[in-house]
Design a protein. Sequence first.
Length: 237
Amino acid sequence: MIIFRLIYRIPVFVISCLLAIGLAFFAKLMGASIKVRHGIYSIWRKTFLWLLGIKIKIKSGSRPDYAAILMGNHRSYADVLFILSGTPTVFLSKAEIKKWPIIYQAAQALDTVFVQRDDKESRSAARVELAKSISKGLSPVVFPEGTTSYSGIKPFNPGMFYTAAQMDVPIVPFVIEYSDPEMAWVGKEKFIPHLIRMFARPRWYVDLYIGDAFRGEDGEKLSNDIHLWMSERIKNG
Protein backbone atom coordinates (compact mmCIF):
# COMPACT_ATOMS: atom_id res chain seq x y z
CA MET A 1 0.00 0.00 0.00
CA ILE A 2 2.84 2.40 0.74
CA ILE A 3 4.29 1.96 -2.75
CA PHE A 4 0.84 2.46 -4.27
CA ARG A 5 0.33 5.72 -2.37
CA LEU A 6 3.73 7.01 -3.48
CA ILE A 7 3.09 6.02 -7.10
CA TYR A 8 -0.04 8.13 -7.46
CA ARG A 9 0.50 10.86 -4.87
CA ILE A 10 3.93 12.09 -5.93
CA PRO A 11 3.11 12.67 -9.64
CA VAL A 12 -0.20 14.38 -8.79
CA PHE A 13 1.57 16.57 -6.25
CA VAL A 14 4.31 17.62 -8.68
CA ILE A 15 1.86 18.35 -11.50
CA SER A 16 -0.54 20.27 -9.27
CA CYS A 17 2.34 22.30 -7.79
CA LEU A 18 3.72 23.28 -11.16
CA LEU A 19 0.28 24.15 -12.48
CA ALA A 20 -0.69 26.23 -9.43
CA ILE A 21 2.64 28.07 -9.30
CA GLY A 22 2.53 28.75 -13.02
CA LEU A 23 -0.99 30.12 -12.80
CA ALA A 24 -0.20 32.25 -9.76
CA PHE A 25 2.93 33.69 -11.38
CA PHE A 26 1.05 34.45 -14.59
CA ALA A 27 -1.72 36.09 -12.57
CA LYS A 28 0.84 38.22 -10.75
CA LEU A 29 2.51 39.26 -14.01
CA MET A 30 -0.89 40.26 -15.36
CA GLY A 31 -1.47 42.43 -12.30
CA ALA A 32 -4.04 40.20 -10.63
CA SER A 33 -4.82 41.00 -7.01
CA ILE A 34 -3.60 38.90 -4.12
CA LYS A 35 -7.23 37.79 -3.71
CA VAL A 36 -7.13 36.11 -7.11
CA ARG A 37 -3.71 34.54 -6.44
CA HIS A 38 -4.87 33.40 -3.02
CA GLY A 39 -7.85 31.75 -4.72
CA ILE A 40 -5.44 29.71 -6.86
CA TYR A 41 -3.51 28.76 -3.73
CA SER A 42 -6.73 27.76 -1.94
CA ILE A 43 -7.71 25.38 -4.74
CA TRP A 44 -4.24 23.79 -4.71
CA ARG A 45 -4.34 23.57 -0.91
CA LYS A 46 -7.62 21.64 -0.96
CA THR A 47 -6.19 19.34 -3.63
CA PHE A 48 -3.09 18.66 -1.51
CA LEU A 49 -5.10 17.88 1.62
CA TRP A 50 -7.39 15.55 -0.33
CA LEU A 51 -4.41 13.86 -1.97
CA LEU A 52 -2.75 13.09 1.36
CA GLY A 53 -5.97 12.18 3.12
CA ILE A 54 -5.57 14.95 5.69
CA LYS A 55 -8.73 16.21 7.38
CA ILE A 56 -8.93 19.40 9.43
CA LYS A 57 -11.15 19.12 12.50
CA ILE A 58 -12.17 22.46 14.04
CA LYS A 59 -12.36 21.77 17.77
CA SER A 60 -13.35 25.28 18.82
CA GLY A 61 -13.83 28.72 17.31
CA SER A 62 -14.48 29.58 13.68
CA ARG A 63 -12.62 30.92 10.69
CA PRO A 64 -12.07 34.69 11.14
CA ASP A 65 -13.73 36.74 8.39
CA TYR A 66 -11.70 39.89 9.09
CA ALA A 67 -8.03 40.76 8.57
CA ALA A 68 -5.82 40.06 11.59
CA ILE A 69 -2.46 38.58 12.52
CA LEU A 70 -3.01 34.80 12.61
CA MET A 71 -0.64 33.42 15.20
CA GLY A 72 -0.12 29.82 16.22
CA ASN A 73 2.14 27.03 17.39
CA HIS A 74 4.43 25.31 14.92
CA ARG A 75 4.72 21.61 14.01
CA SER A 76 6.02 21.64 10.42
CA TYR A 77 6.16 23.57 7.14
CA ALA A 78 2.77 21.96 6.36
CA ASP A 79 1.11 24.08 9.07
CA VAL A 80 0.40 26.82 6.51
CA LEU A 81 -2.05 24.39 4.87
CA PHE A 82 -4.12 24.00 8.03
CA ILE A 83 -4.84 27.69 8.69
CA LEU A 84 -8.38 28.82 7.90
CA SER A 85 -9.03 32.44 7.04
CA GLY A 86 -11.84 34.38 5.38
CA THR A 87 -9.29 36.81 3.97
CA PRO A 88 -6.18 36.21 1.85
CA THR A 89 -3.17 35.26 3.95
CA VAL A 90 0.41 36.45 3.68
CA PHE A 91 3.27 34.50 5.19
CA LEU A 92 6.50 35.34 6.97
CA SER A 93 9.34 33.08 5.93
CA LYS A 94 13.01 32.72 6.72
CA ALA A 95 15.29 33.96 3.94
CA GLU A 96 16.77 30.47 3.58
CA ILE A 97 13.58 29.44 1.76
CA LYS A 98 14.94 31.30 -1.26
CA LYS A 99 17.23 28.29 -1.79
CA TRP A 100 14.31 25.84 -1.97
CA PRO A 101 13.07 25.27 -5.52
CA ILE A 102 9.30 25.28 -6.04
CA ILE A 103 8.66 26.36 -2.43
CA TYR A 104 10.38 29.69 -3.08
CA GLN A 105 8.55 30.29 -6.36
CA ALA A 106 5.24 29.57 -4.66
CA ALA A 107 6.11 31.96 -1.83
CA GLN A 108 6.96 34.73 -4.30
CA ALA A 109 3.65 34.32 -6.10
CA LEU A 110 1.82 34.83 -2.79
CA ASP A 111 3.82 37.94 -1.77
CA THR A 112 5.51 36.17 1.14
CA VAL A 113 7.60 38.43 3.38
CA PHE A 114 11.15 37.14 3.83
CA VAL A 115 13.23 37.83 6.89
CA GLN A 116 16.90 37.35 7.73
CA ARG A 117 16.50 35.98 11.23
CA ASP A 118 19.97 36.98 12.45
CA ASP A 119 19.51 40.59 11.29
CA LYS A 120 17.67 42.83 13.76
CA GLU A 121 16.76 45.45 11.14
CA SER A 122 15.42 42.79 8.79
CA ARG A 123 13.24 41.34 11.55
CA SER A 124 11.87 44.77 12.48
CA ALA A 125 11.12 45.72 8.85
CA ALA A 126 9.37 42.40 8.23
CA ARG A 127 7.15 42.82 11.29
CA VAL A 128 6.07 46.30 10.21
CA GLU A 129 5.38 45.12 6.65
CA LEU A 130 3.22 42.28 7.94
CA ALA A 131 1.25 44.54 10.29
CA LYS A 132 0.63 47.05 7.49
CA SER A 133 -0.79 44.29 5.29
CA ILE A 134 -3.87 44.18 7.54
CA SER A 135 -4.94 47.59 6.20
CA LYS A 136 -4.98 45.96 2.74
CA GLY A 137 -7.38 43.26 3.89
CA LEU A 138 -4.69 40.59 4.29
CA SER A 139 -4.05 38.34 7.28
CA PRO A 140 -0.36 37.75 8.03
CA VAL A 141 0.51 34.34 9.47
CA VAL A 142 3.17 34.21 12.20
CA PHE A 143 4.63 31.32 14.20
CA PRO A 144 6.07 33.12 17.26
CA GLU A 145 8.04 30.09 18.52
CA GLY A 146 10.33 30.49 15.51
CA THR A 147 10.88 26.74 15.25
CA THR A 148 8.97 23.46 15.26
CA SER A 149 8.40 20.83 17.93
CA TYR A 150 6.62 17.48 18.32
CA SER A 151 4.51 18.60 21.27
CA GLY A 152 4.09 21.31 23.86
CA ILE A 153 4.90 24.94 23.19
CA LYS A 154 8.16 26.86 23.27
CA PRO A 155 8.81 30.43 24.46
CA PHE A 156 7.77 33.14 22.01
CA ASN A 157 9.90 35.57 20.07
CA PRO A 158 8.28 38.78 21.39
CA GLY A 159 8.86 41.19 18.51
CA MET A 160 5.56 40.77 16.65
CA PHE A 161 3.56 41.29 19.84
CA TYR A 162 5.14 44.69 20.41
CA THR A 163 4.58 45.62 16.76
CA ALA A 164 0.91 44.60 17.04
CA ALA A 165 0.53 46.68 20.20
CA GLN A 166 2.23 49.72 18.69
CA MET A 167 0.19 49.58 15.48
CA ASP A 168 -3.04 48.57 17.24
CA VAL A 169 -3.79 45.51 15.11
CA PRO A 170 -5.64 42.37 16.28
CA ILE A 171 -4.07 38.96 16.83
CA VAL A 172 -6.19 35.83 16.32
CA PRO A 173 -4.48 32.83 17.97
CA PHE A 174 -4.80 29.25 16.80
CA VAL A 175 -3.49 25.88 17.90
CA ILE A 176 -2.61 23.01 15.54
CA GLU A 177 -2.27 19.46 16.82
CA TYR A 178 -1.48 16.44 14.64
CA SER A 179 -3.24 13.12 15.25
CA ASP A 180 0.19 11.58 14.63
CA PRO A 181 2.91 13.68 16.32
CA GLU A 182 5.52 11.83 14.25
CA MET A 183 4.34 13.79 11.21
CA ALA A 184 5.95 16.92 12.67
CA TRP A 185 9.09 18.20 10.96
CA VAL A 186 11.62 18.70 13.72
CA GLY A 187 15.37 18.91 14.11
CA LYS A 188 17.72 18.18 11.24
CA GLU A 189 15.43 16.01 9.12
CA LYS A 190 15.70 16.97 5.46
CA PHE A 191 12.69 18.36 3.61
CA ILE A 192 12.41 15.72 0.85
CA PRO A 193 12.56 12.66 3.19
CA HIS A 194 9.87 14.22 5.39
CA LEU A 195 7.69 15.01 2.38
CA ILE A 196 7.96 11.39 1.23
CA ARG A 197 6.96 10.25 4.74
CA MET A 198 3.85 12.40 4.42
CA PHE A 199 3.03 10.90 1.03
CA ALA A 200 3.43 7.38 2.41
CA ARG A 201 1.25 8.01 5.48
CA PRO A 202 -2.37 6.77 5.44
CA ARG A 203 -5.16 9.17 6.28
CA TRP A 204 -4.65 11.37 9.34
CA TYR A 205 -6.17 14.51 10.78
CA VAL A 206 -5.31 17.84 12.33
CA ASP A 207 -7.15 19.37 15.28
CA LEU A 208 -7.55 23.13 14.96
CA TYR A 209 -8.47 25.51 17.78
CA ILE A 210 -9.24 29.13 16.82
CA GLY A 211 -9.50 31.89 19.40
CA ASP A 212 -11.11 35.31 19.57
CA ALA A 213 -8.99 38.33 18.68
CA PHE A 214 -6.54 39.71 21.24
CA ARG A 215 -5.76 43.42 21.15
CA GLY A 216 -3.92 45.76 23.48
CA GLU A 217 -1.27 48.39 24.02
CA ASP A 218 1.09 46.19 26.05
CA GLY A 219 3.16 43.84 23.88
CA GLU A 220 4.42 41.79 26.80
CA LYS A 221 0.89 41.23 28.10
CA LEU A 222 -0.28 40.21 24.61
CA SER A 223 2.55 37.67 24.41
CA ASN A 224 1.82 36.24 27.87
CA ASP A 225 -1.95 36.08 27.34
CA ILE A 226 -1.68 34.34 23.97
CA HIS A 227 0.99 31.93 25.22
CA LEU A 228 -1.36 30.98 28.07
CA TRP A 229 -4.30 30.55 25.68
CA MET A 230 -2.28 28.20 23.47
CA SER A 231 -0.80 26.29 26.40
CA GLU A 232 -4.28 25.48 27.69
CA ARG A 233 -5.18 23.83 24.37
CA ILE A 234 -1.97 22.07 23.42
CA LYS A 235 -1.44 18.41 24.28
CA ASN A 236 1.37 17.95 26.75
CA GLY A 237 1.46 21.71 27.07
